[in-house]
Write a protein that binds this ligand. Structure first.
Ligand code: T3D
Length: 261
């Protein structure tokens, strides 16, 4: 039994580690099938309230494994549209559609689809020494797994185009300075900080955090009126829920809130 996806249950959250360090956690179809199952399983578990995604060893994820999946076979060249649609893009869709806040700890190089998986997450911490590489151009491909979507919205079109067309690596500190990620930290403190952040989210108002995800997903395509309508609708739902009741009660009683699972 392969353990290229390691799942560690913690108190109210799960840590999912891409675990193929010899190839910098480059992914293939079976590994992505297991990653999708891990995401689905966490989603279905009511006791799971947050996720942490990271990589084993010196890499976070070197994108698609440049192996059997993408090697021409007897039937001709690989069908990358099907490969992307079935596996890589489903990972991005699952993370974005999840009810759970997803933290990503980028421990090392994040290349190709690996960088996109990180950028799909809600809060991205990286080691200062981590590298983000739009590796696609180096092998004659185009950005995928949401890279063109995420980059234009985080670093802006000028930087997005250059990153994609040149394939230059940027380090964690630059990624943070450019607004691509939340924060760059010393490599030694990355995991404790990412775990503390995930634990914090796991005791947060889970339904409200899930609603925030819907909001931020919609914001880039909505105009202001549509976004105001969405915010009002989701605020209405939040206001009728037990989290708001507890939050207000805790404020009035001058104690920290204990949000229900
Ligand atoms: O349908 C579709 O959507 C298709 C898929 C598209 C999505 C994609 O992700 S396309 C992009 C695929 N990824 C790449 O092109 C990245 C290839 N790797 C690299 O450019 C470099 O390895 C890195 C920049 C990521 C890191 O460089 P460096 O110098 O730190 O490490 P290294 O020495 O190149 O790699 C270390 C080992 O990992 C090495 O193996 P070895 O020689 O020690 O046995 C290398 O072959 C292996 N490795 C790295 N990336 C991959 C990989 N093995 C297989 N697939 C990889 N993607």
């Amino acid at each position: 039994m392969t353990d290229d996806i390691r799942i560690e249950p913690r108190d109210g959250w799960r840590k999912i580690t891409l675990n193929a360090p010899a190839r910098l956690n480059a992914v293939n179809a079976p590994m992505l099938t297991r990653l999708l199952a891990a995401l689905d399983d966490a989603e279905a578990d009511p006791t799971c309230r947050a996720l942490l995604l990271t990589g084993e060893g010196r890499g976070f994820c070197a994108g698609q494994e440049l192996g059997a999946d993408v090697t021409p076979g007897p039937n001709g060249p690989p069908d990358l549209e099907a490969l992307a649609g079935t596996y890589h893009h489903e990972v991005v869709r699952r993370i974005r559609a999840s009810r759970l806040p997803v933290v990503c700890a980028v421990n090392g190089v994040a290349a190709g689809a690996g960088a996109s998986f990180a950028l799909a997450c809600d809060i991205v911490l990286a080691a200062k020494t981590a590298r983000f590489v739009q590796a696609f151009v180096k092998i004659g491909l185009v950005p995928d797994s949401g890279a063109s979507f995420f980059l234009t919205r985080t670093v802006g079109e000028a930087r997005a185009r250059a990153l994609a067309m040149l394939g230059d690596a940027i380090d964690g500190e630059t990624a943070a300075a450019w607004g691509m990620i939340w924060k760059a930290v010393d490599a030694a403190t990355l995991m404790p900080e990412a775990e503390a952040l995930t634990a914090q989210l796991a005791v947060g108002p889970t339904a409200a955090l899930g609603a925030m995800k819907q909001m931020f997903q919609a914001a880039p395509v909505n105009d202001l009126n549509a976004q105001l309508d969405l915010e009002a609708r989701l605020q209405g739902v939040a206001g009728r829920g037990p989290e708001f009741a507890e939050g207000v009660r805790a404020f009035q009683e001058k104690r920290p809130p204990v949000f229900p699972a």
